[in-house]
Design a protein around this ligand. Structure first.
Ligand SMILES: [Zn+2]
Length: 217
């Protein structure tokens, strides 16, 4: 096995590739397993048995498992409290976040670079806006991972999500991630009843909170 070549092709660190294939990592990250599976599929040489077992593990992850896995991660992080730690969700899902000063029309994007999912966020937007964009890109990773390819770029227009069903779905999931039903109910029952208080608690815009509550804004 040419570790350097394998690591480049799998988009993983050389040590990570070696450790996972040699079975030194008990619970390899989901995206690592998938990247290695891709690598195995491209290999013409018969794979050593340990690699076959990784391939078998990876076979268990189909698109639905991917969504289930993501939702489980989001649930774990949700339990850490509000406002939800989006950077922790990204870390656990193997997504990288890059903040860049961009034109105001650019909200964010997600790209797949050799199996590495990189989210770019416009650092010049207000924090609550950046958080919504980040949650929206996480949603693309959950639902549209296989379609990301060279990248999905979200500008002002796409973010409206009116025409494109993928964007609508991403916005819906973003709202679910940022303002989980149970937490909204709990916050409300604990006395946070004004739009302003709730928006601050979840670190979202008042507009996003109002939509979530079905209130006119
Ligand atoms: Zn989008």
């Amino acid at each position: 096995m040419d570790w350097k070549n394998a690591s480049l092709r799998a988009g993983l660190g050389e040590t990570a590739v070696r450790d996972i294939i040699k079975g030194r990592v008990k619970n390899p990250r989901y995206d690592s397993v998938v990247a290695l599976k891709k690598l195995l599929q491209e290999e013409n040489d018969p794979a050593p048995s340990i690699m076959q077992s990784i391939a078998a593990d990876a076979d268990e992850y189909d698109a639905e498992d991917h969504e289930d896995h993501c939702q489980a991660v989001i649930e774990q992080v949700r339990r850490m409290g509000m406002p939800v730690k989006l950077d922790e969700i990204c870390r656990r899902l193997g997504m990288r976040i890059v903040y860049e000063d961009r034109d105001t029309g650019f909200a964010g994007s997600i790209r797949n670079v050799l199996g590495d999912f990189i989210v770019t966020i416009n650092a010049l937007h207000p924090t609550v806006r950046q958080r919504f964009t980040l949650a929206h890109e996480i949603a693309h990773f959950i639902h549209h991972r296989d379609r990301i390819g060279d990248g999905i770029v979200d500008d002002e227009l796409m973010r409206d999500g009116l025409q494109n069903p993928l964007e609508r779905q991403a916005n819906k999931t973003a709202a679910d991630i940022l303002m989980p039903d149970d937490d909204v109910t709990a916050a409300f029952e604990s006395g946070l009843t004004s739009l302003e208080d709730l928006a601050r608690h979840f670190k979202v815009s008042k507009h996003a909170m109002a939509i979530r509550l079905g209130m006119p804004y």
